[in-house]
Write a protein that binds this ligand. Structure first.
Ligand code: AMP
Length: 193
């Protein structure tokens, strides 16, 4: 099984590259952000609670994230592997991911990290906001999301760097170029060949 976490700040291109990776490797896609947006769109009470947090650019609780992840895994027991997008986002989520991997008796490939300069991220997100209709793609919320990323999510990178399964990838250039770099890292560090 190939279990990967696609990592990077908001606007790094995780969603776009995820689509290509799941198609190439036949992985189950777990995007915690997409799942939260679905719950918001359903209009449920839980969705309303989630919206209050995400529309401010803050992170929702680890407990809620783990519940939605488990639900997806349980309804896809025959997956060939999982691509996590937007998870883990805190140090405690990183540890929860490791326990989940153990519990599933599988292995964790590691973290593929899309690296993009801060200014380019802000420009990409402002442009995306013009078409996405996402309430968190507004400049003030974008800056808050980047602050959350720097304070809470960057320690996750250090954590996996120390473990030796953190693989940085240049996230600038054409979509094809970026995809090729991701695939090159996977082929180099997994035993797929
Ligand atoms: P994303 O689509 O990954 O940018 O996520 C959109 C928003 O959903 C984030 O700004 C957070 O508010 C929330 N979110 C997504 N994934 C997580 C996570 N793993 N932990 C906490 N909050 C999350």
């Amino acid at each position: 099984m190939l279990n990967i976490a696609l990592f990077g700040p908001p606007g790094a291109g995780k969603g776009t590259q995820s689509e290509r990776l799941i198609a190439k490797y036949g992985l189950l896609y777990i995007s915690t952000g997409d799942m939260l947006r679905k719950e918001i769109a359903s209009g449920s009470d839980l969705g309303k609670e989630i919206n209050e947090v995400t529309s401010q650019g803050h992170l929702v609780s680890d407990d809620l994230i783990m519940r939605i992840i488990r639900k997806t895994i349980n309804s896809n027991p025959h997956a060939k592997g999982i691509l996590f997008d937007g998870f883990p986002r805190t140090l405690s989520q990183a540890k929860l991911l490791e326990s989940l991997i153990e519990e599933l008796h599988t292995r964790f490939f590691g973290v593929l990290s899309l690296e993009v300069p801060r200014q380019e991220l802000i420009e990409r997100l402002i442009n995306r906001g013009k078409v996405s209709g996402r309430s968190d793609d507004r400049e003030d919320v974008i800056l808050e999301r980047l602050k959350e990323y720097e304070a809470k999510t960057l320690p996750v990178a250090e954590y996996f760097e120390k473990k030796g399964n953190y693989y940085p990838v240049n996230g600038t250039g054409s979509l094809d170029e970026i995809f090729e770099r991701l695939v090159a890292q996977i082929e180099k560090h997994s035993n797929l060949q």
